[in-house]
Design a protein around this ligand. Structure first.
Ligand SMILES: Nc1ncnc2c1ncn2[C@@H]1O[C@H](COP(=O)(O)OP(=O)(O)OP(=O)(O)O)[C@@H](O)[C@H]1O
Ligand SMILES: [Mg+2]
Length: 272
């Protein structure tokens, strides 16, 4: 049985249905990429899994347990943790305070050991632990977001566009990190707009188009699929232009939906 299973999932907001008949599996030990354009429903899918967006039909199961009607903290406690889009850090709080927030489902006595293991994994965060999160670079902020998720001791991470706004070298570091976490037994479902970034480190991938799974397969097969690359590459290579365009599009989208998503204390920037 897969670690995470979605069967014919339908979900959305109020009367507006966003996801239709989405079925997807992630096996333990896999990195699975979910690729799709702006507004395709990638974040809605992750938020539906976490119980933040209500399931309208179908089923979600994690580790053999149906997740319908289970509250988000209980899902986190079961070992499924989201690293949200745009990182959603508490900007004026320190790095360490942000990390502590991630341990809200753990016992108090576990927190220092959990902090220590994040600092061992991210030495730069130990150096910056007393600094306000908003003063960090984009890459370091993404590390805080991932470390905060790891504070919950997850079996599986749902990562929402972890590469957004980061320079190619930093993107590579994040990719290497996700691969290293797999080596430690952490399974990942990684959302990306860019197929090449997403599939470079994934075992398998799914392509989502306007709320439906359009195609899926091994990373190798999808990377060999000219139509997928054409549609989700923004050109022949991952140049700085396409990255800038993505950030510009994302900023516009953020402005358009401001007030709907992040709270006032969160960092919404995607500084390079
Ligand atoms: N809180 C909300 N209320 C109503 N509609 C929403 C809400 N959030 C998202 N939507 C709509 O749901 C659809 C899918 O949005 P979603 O954010 O899931 O896409 P996405 O694939 O994550 O896009 P992006 O790449 O821009 O992050 C869009 O049409 C969007 O406008
Ligand atoms: Mg999104």
């Amino acid at each position: 049985m897969a670690l995470l299973e979605l069967r014919s999932v339908t979900s959305g907001y109020g009367r507006s249905v966003v996801l239709r008949d989405v079925s997807l599996d992630v096996n333990a030990g896999e990195i699975v990429a979910l690729i799709g354009a702006n507004g395709a429903g990638k974040s809605t899918l992750l938020n539906t899994i976490m119980g933040v967006v209500p399931l309208m039909g179908g089923a979600v199961a994690f580790d053999g347990r149906p997740l319908a009607r289970i509250a988000t903290p209980a899902i986190v406690r079961a070992g499924l943790v989201q690293v949200p889009e745009r990182r959603q850090l508490f900007g004026t709080m320190t790095v360490e305070e942000n990390l502590r927030m991630g341990a809200y489902v753990r016992e108090r006595g576990e927190v220092s050991a959990l902090l220590e293991s994040q600092y061992a994994l991210f030495p730069i965060l130990r150096e910056r632990r007393g600094q306000a999160a908003q003063t960090l670079s984009g890459g370091q902020q993404q590390m805080v977001a991932i470390a905060r998720a790891l504070m919950a001791k997850p079996k599986m991470l749902l990562l929402d566009e972890p590469s957004l706004g980061l320079a190619p070298l930093i993107v590579q570091q994040i990719v290497d990190l996700i691969v290293a976490l797999r080596g430690r037994g952490v399974t990942s479902l990684v959302v990306e707009q860019n197929a090449k970034v997403a599939l470079a480190h994934a075992d398998r991938g799914y392509v989502i188009e306007t709320g439906r799974i359009a195609t899926s397969g091994t990373a190798e097969a999808l990377l060999g699929d000219a139509a997928v690359l054409e549609a989700y590459l923004g050109g022949a290579d991952v140049g700085s232009n396409s990255m800038e365009e993505r950030i510009r599009a994302k900023k516009l989208a953020m402005r358009a939906d401001s007030g709907q998503k992040a709270g006032p204390q969160t960092i919404r920037g995607s500084r390079p």
